[in-house]
Design a binder for this molecule. Structure first.
Ligand SMILES: Cc1cc2nc3c(=O)[nH]c(=O)nc-3n(C[C@H](O)[C@H](O)[C@H](O)COP(=O)(O)OP(=O)(O)OC[C@H]3O[C@@H](n4cnc5c(N)ncnc54)[C@H](O)[C@@H]3O)c2cc1C
Length: 380
């Protein structure tokens, strides 16, 4: 398989790097400390077309490949991962669900505004008592003829504070287990949708994460996405694809931590010479660079398979498992190379270290990836 990027893919990656270096990186610590996703940068990203990257042109998007988008995501996450995951959830989860499973009416009504960045998406599946075990969710959607009435609480919703379009999973058949879940597109401003306070997170603090509760929320029948009772498969399929995005988030964070460590090792003098002269530091750098590269290749393999229309769920889970562990290892080593300074906010590796901790938790924990991979291996 050819892992080289096409000229067009490289061009988008380069443009994203310029945007990330100029607009995100210099203020990333401020966004982290103040826990904000700056609206003016959301607008700038929208002008670059990033909110509709993979949305077909007929619905106002750029209609580009997932591979091209992953290059962009890696660059944004290198500069400010909290900002990057906002775009990742909007594009890879919410726009993709409507594109792949929505009726023509849903696509016409939602995708153009979402592709333009005028409406932002959020993905609501996790509940206080249903995390890895998605099938045990307890939100309900009761059929009332021409509409459903949705009740329940969703936790850890990324983008909740500024999202307009919520993709919500709820039970339409309470006794149906995973076969009784359906997927809905719900406007956040609908009566009965109540937003919680922002969660105080360890990392990815530029992203907004909250609880959202639904109290007798009336959802028109036309806002059912995909078939009734088939929502579990939508959630699982979209998470397979989302996992590739998380792999690239991890690669972006780790690459940035490595770059900082490399630079610092040449500047920091101890025993009369730069610490980069010590073999212990050189070997750390060699291991870190090798791990980042291996994770990137695994992630590109998965996304190329996706774009080629091949089955890719095992490769996506392997890429996520490896890349997210790799990010933890690389960021930890980057702090180590910085010595005590790596533990101080003035040095970006402190933020990367915190951000990297999250990527093995969402869109399926590392253990969830191990379940997917081992189940697949044992089936053979
Ligand atoms: C920053 C962040 C952003 C998020 N964004 C979103 C979002 O936008 N939308 C959304 O819906 N959710 C979101 N989540 C939620 C995330 O997807 C869940 O936290 C995740 O699925 C794990 O669920 P849980 O936290 O309930 O952990 P649990 O499922 O309770 O798991 C606890 C531990 O037990 C392990 N475990 C569970 N079951 C098994 C098993 N069968 N075998 C072995 N080990 C097992 C897990 O791997 C984990 O280590 C986000 C979370 C974070 C931290």
């Amino acid at each position: 398989m050819d892992f080289r990027l096409s000229e067009e893919e490289l061009e988008f990656k380069q443009m994203a790097r310029e945007f990330a270096e100029k607009r995100l990186y210099p203020r990333a610590l401020e966004f982290d400390e103040e826990e904000i996703t700056p609206p003016e940068l959301i607008k700038e990203c929208a002008e670059l077309g990033y909110f509709g990257f993979t949305v077909p042109e007929e619905y106002g998007g750029l209609g580009l490949s997932s591979t091209a988008f992953m290059g962009v995501l890696e660059e944004l996450c290198s500069a400010c991962a909290g900002f990057g995951i906002m775009l990742s959830v909007h594009t890879s989860l919410t726009c993709e669900i409507i594109r792949l499973y929505g009726s023509e009416d849903l696509k016409q009504r939602y995708l153009p505004a979402m592709a333009a960045g005028e409406k932002i998406g959020a993905y609501c599946v996790t509940e206080p008592n249903a995390g890895t075990d998605l099938a045990s969710l307890s939100a309900t959607a009761v059929d009332k003829g021409d509409h459903y009435v949705v009740n329940g609480t969703k936790t850890f919703v990324t983008n909740a504070g500024y999202a307009d379009v919520l993709i919500v999973f709820a039970k339409t058949d309470p006794d149906g287990g995973h076969g009784g879940i359906s997927c809905f597109v719900i406007d956040k401003n609908t009566e009965g949708v109540v937003l919680g306070q922002p969660e105080k997170k360890c990392g990815l603090r530029a992203s907004d994460t909250r609880e959202i509760s639904f109290s007798d929320v009336r959802v028109p029948k036309e806002n059912l996405c995909g078939e009734v009772d088939k929502g579990f498969y939508i959630a699982v399929n979209i998470l397979n694809s989302g996992r590739i995005g998380v792999s690239f988030q991890a690669v972006g964070i780790a690459q940035a931590a490595f770059d900082e460590a490399l630079k610092y090792s040449k500047e920091r003098v101890q025993f009369g010479q730069p610490i980069a002269n010590f073999q212990a530091i050189q070997f750390k750098l060699a291991d870190m660079a090798t791990q980042v590269e291996a994770a990137r290749l695994m992630a590109y393999r998965a996304v190329r398979m996706k774009d080629a229309g091949q089955p890719y769920h095992r490769e996506a889970s392997m890429a996520k498992l490896f890349a997210t562990r790799m990010a933890g290892f690389v960021c930890n080593e980057a702090v180590q190379i910085h010595g005590g300074y790596g533990y101080i906010k003035e040095y970006p590796v402190e933020r990367y270290f915190r951000d990297a901790r999250a990527v093995g938790l969402y869109e399926g924990t590392s253990e969830a990836q191990q379940m997917v991979i081992s189940r697949d291996l044992l089936k053979e």
